[in-house]
Write a new protein. Sequence first.
Length: 447
Amino acid sequence: MRRSLAIAGAVFACAAVGTPLHAQGSGVDQQSACMSARMGAGVASPCNDASGVYFSPGGLAMQGSALSVGVTLIRSGSTFRYDPGQEPLGTSAVIKRETEIVPVPQAFVSYKATPRLAVALGAFAPYGLGLSWPVCPASDAHCAGTNFEGRFTGYDNSLRAYYLQPTVSYEVVPGRISVGAGVDFVHSTIEVHQRADRASIGLRGTDIADAELSGSGNAVTGHVGLVVRASDKTSLGVRYLHSAKVDMSGDADFTQILTGTVFDPAITAQFAADSALEDQGIGTTIKFPSQLVVGVSYRPLEIVNLLFDWQHTTWSSFDQFVIDFDNAAAPNRTLNLNYRNTNTFRFGTQVDWSDALAFRLGYRYNTAATPRATPFLPEGERNYYSAGVGFHPNGKLSADVSFQYINQPDRRGAVRPDEPVVGVYSATGMTFGFTLAYHFGARPGMQ
């Protein structure tokens, strides 16, 4: 019963910690190639591709109508190195995760209903991605490949949070003060694959079960924003995205893995009807964090825009979860994750070389959301570097591309839940962003 709880608990650990390399916790803020090239800085002066729906709802009323679609390709890889003598017998001291490329699409539209009023809609995924580690197939008892010990925490996991965000933005003082607000409809899905062993009977490191866990849920939350043009050169901006409380339900499917020992019959009994490892429903409540962003934009020259944003994200909302099991043989369990709030500092520069061409650079630093690295999320504090180009051949069409390089220092961590640190995680990553936009009417001046 104790093992079944540990397995089923992992699905909610995955939902809580997420798995992407490139951001705090499970956050994804590469929602526009233009903004990604600036490293996301621009709450006070958003790009004019309608991505202000996410980055600066207050700034939309100061821009023209636009429709944009884009995709960000996130390329990441990880390596775990055991401390000398800490790897299990017969296991490699270095575990390398295959490099993965994951696409993150987004779409935005903003329409100027009147000279002072804009209505907009965005579809994007601000939380998510996935991570998998090398593991032998459950059906292959003689596998000679890598079989990472982290499989007992989770070896193939994913989290997705999709936001549909209608927004209204209004210029309270034309050309000077604009506000925005709206509702966010959230749909989240999770999937986790995990193995189980049984140290209490001498089977530590020997797979006895494979768990496939999945679930989904919905929520409604909201957002607000404000932009103030203090002068022709300086703008200030604020954005707040409220937390989203998602009631999630799903299924836990357990498959026995025969060990070839005298314990197999006793283990088989745990998979019977009304037993701890019977296939069953599971559920919990997940609270995605709130985001507060404050920023400034300054133009020392007409063609140069310098941007700075500070973001505070309340990852501590992932501190604890109560997991409910349908089967009475598996009582409810409280999962403690000890997440902490984080701060992100973004610096961006845009040079409008001509009406048709813009160059962008950015830098970002963020603190870590996790108290220590794990197979679920080998993340830590990071430095990001970005560059990009925007091409506007006419007043109607625009195309933007971006590149980000992520530098994360090595971080010590564990491979099993609630066990000591036994090695070091290394991570590499980069992103490639592409956005196409169509602008209605004259090209706007604010970006």
